[in-house]
Design a protein around this ligand. Structure first.
Ligand code: PLP
Length: 377
């Protein structure tokens, strides 16, 4: 089966609740508005595995006025889908052609004088001004201009007629640990960078807050917040927030069987039935996004309760121990979901294998697993 052909009987599927996305964006946009800030919904990496275009449209319906993409290609994919809202993109190879971005009104990030010069030259060539956001590295040490080089960068940008400086921006290292001293240190450097930009004659917008800061640090919302994970309903903060996880990963029972005590299950025979029991076979495995490292450490929601997955997770399938219950062939199996009914969550998977829920949901973007949308308007 080619991944390009729709599968009428997908073994496993991702269901994305756009109503949940709208709920989350409404909440974030309302909080931002309390501080006079606009909201940029970050839809990089195909909307954290949820689908960039449907999520972007839902976010715009719910009050976001900007979209954030990683690469220019991701930004242009939003434009190709007919989205006309402001789109900001911030990471590309040095040799990228900025022309389509400038022509299609995509805001571009600038960290260096060379980048500024290339963007300005491209703007001159296409005959349109480029909209740029100058990035100050306040302590994350990824992209961005180090404070020592900042005065020169803002001066060059201010003197560049083909470039419109829309904003200055930065990104926080530890916003998900409220009270971490680096947050205030980065904020202080950001304020200083703003003063330097103003002294150079610029009057830019400011943005620094990801989801965690947008929710927990009203003072860092400035003109614009850039939530990503929270629009998908996952909470990066230790405290509770009224967010609704948008993604459910589900499959179906394809076979049940009774085995005797002493029979073993799956490759390596790592699990042996301690009693006679009923097994349910589920056609979802590591090729579908179930981490093999969850073997022996996960459960699924099946026929009204949690049941353990036994033996190794295989490429295409896994086996659930149902004890003396016999679920129907065709019964729904929830691998993870919002958690409201007691089903496992992406967060539980992440905690179990030592990662973050960002990686779990983003990793669900795979051609083998179709996505279905609820609440599409
Ligand atoms: C991914 C990203 C965000 C969103 O971060 P979350 O923690 O998902 O809210 C914001 N800004 C930049 C630059 C990013 O790369």
């Amino acid at each position: 089966m080619s991944p390009d052909l729709p599968d009428s009987f997908p073994h496993a599927e991702v269901v994305v609740d756009l109503g949940a996305v709208r709920h989350n964006v409404r909440l974030l946009a309302a909080r931002a508005a309390e501080s006079g800030a606009a909201t940029m919904a970050v839809v990089k990496a195909d909307g954290y595995g949820h689908g960039a275009v449907p999520v972007a449209k839902a976010a715009l319906e719910a009050g976001a006025t900007w979209l954030g993409a990683c690469s220019l290609a991701e930004a242009l994919a939003l434009r190709a889908a007919g989205i006309t809202a402001r789109v900001f993109s911030w990471l590309d190879l040095p040799e990228v052609d900025y022309a389509p971005g400038i022509v299609q009104n995509v805001d571009l990030s600038v960290s260096t004088a060379e980048q500024l010069a290339r963007i300005a030259a491209t703007a001159r060539r296409v005959g349109l001004p480029a909209r740029v956001h100058l990035k100050i590295d306040t302590g994350l040490s990824r992209s961005g201009c180090i404070p020592r080089d900042w005065p020169e960068l803002v001066k060059a940008a201010a003197a560049e007629p083909d470039v419109e400086v829309v904003a200055i921006w930065s990104h926080l290292a530890c916003a998900d640990e409220p009270g971490h001293p680096s947050i205030d240190r980065q904020a202080e450097r950001f304020r200083t960078a703003y003063e330097v930009a103003r002294e150079a004659g610029l009057n830019p917008l400011r943005h620094i807050a990801n989801s965690a800061a947008a929710l927990s640090r009203p003072d860092l919302r400035f003109d614009l917040v850039r939530p990503g994970i929270a629009i998908y309903g996952l909470n990066p903060l230790p405290q509770r927030e009224d967010l609704r996880p948008a993604m459910t990963f589900r499959s179906t029972v394809v076979l049940t069987k009774r085995i005797d005590a002493g029979e073993s299950v799956s490759y390596g025979q790592t699990w042996t039935a301690p009693r006679d029991t009923t097994l349910a076979l589920v056609p979802a495995g590591y090729a579908d996004g179930v981490p093999r490292t969850l073997s022996g450490r996960m459960s699924v929601w099946l026929a009204g309760r949690r049941r353990p997955v036994v033996g190794r997770v295989c490429m295409d399938q896994l086996v659930v121990d149902c004890g003396d219950d016999e679920p129907a062939v065709g019964a729904e199996v929830i691998l993870f979901g919002p958690g409201a009914d007691g089903e496992p969550t992406a967060r539980e998977w992440a905690d179990e294998i030592g990662t973050i829920d960002y990686e779990i949901v983003t990793g669900m973007y795979r051609p083998r697993v179709p996505r279905r949308y609820l609440g599409q308007e």
